[in-house]
Design a protein around this ligand. Structure first.
Ligand code: TZP
Ligand code: MG
Length: 222
């Protein structure tokens, strides 16, 4: 298999659900299924925090989530755990600036999708197009879902990247709600990545459906 082409990936980035057991009041695999039925286009398993599952329990949850994603043809990305991504043959890996360097990860994962978190124009310019498939840019707005989140950048950081011809696909992340989704797309993002806008909603499927409609409408307007 060869690397996923950017145009297909951009479509998969439209509504990117990030979650782990800390974000869910019910079984995360059920949240994933409801959210995919609502319109989520990509899922990231991000098992973080004090009570995060480890070892075999973490792998078991990842496998259950992957089974659901596969049933719907939705790619699963694993946050910062290359071994787990390889073990369950997930579709990709997402790393931060402080994680294992992207070139080393690329060597280990072959053609799987590789996402990189960036917080600024400088970090975006350093992201190697030959190695990285997409960038997660944020936090765009203040977030309560990440303990060590940096200062919110505002959608302007994405606008600047597009103006300066950063061509890698971009997904905005951090504090993105129904009301603020369109600002992120209008700034030039290919999609939005959310935790609480879906996991914290009373109806996960309905929240996903509204978000994906908002993103699609904003993309069609530009
Ligand atoms: N990275 C930057 S902000 C963030 C992550 C993982 C948390 C996003 O969660 P929410 O609830 O959508 O603000
Ligand atoms: Mg990380």
């Amino acid at each position: 298999m060869s690397r996923l082409e950017a145009s297909r990936l951009r479509k998969s980035l439209r509504l990117y659900l990030v979650l782990g057991s800390a974000n869910c009041k019910i079984d995360p695999a059920i949240v994933v299924e409801e959210a995919i039925r609502g319109g989520v286009t990509l899922v990231q398993f991000r098992e973080k925090g004090g009570n995060a599952l480890k070892g075999a329990e973490k792998e078991e949850l990842a496998r259950r989530i992957h089974t659901i994603c596969r049933r719907f043809g939705i790619p699963l990305i694993i946050n910062d755990d290359v071994d787990l991504a390889i073990a369950i043959d997930a579709e990709g890996v997402h790393i931060g600036q402080e994680d294992e360097p992207a070139d080393q990860v690329r060597k280990r994962i072959g053609d799987k999708i590789l996402g990189l978190s960036v917080h600024s124009m400088e970090e975006a310019e350093l992201a190697d197009h030959r190695i990285v498939d997409y960038m997660g840019v944020g936090p765009i707005f203040p977030t309560l879902s990440k303990d060590d989140a940096r200062e919110a950048q505002g959608p302007g950081v994405i606008r600047e990247m597009k103006l300066k011809n950063v061509t890698l696909p971009i997904v905005g992340i951090g504090g993105i709600s129904m009301e603020r989704a369109s600002e992120v797309i209008d700034a030039g993002a290919d999609g939005i990545a959310v935790i609480s806008a879906i996991t914290g909603a009373a109806d996960h499927g309905a929240a996903a459906q509204k978000l994906v409609c908002e993103v699609a409408a904003s993309i069609e307007r530009r």
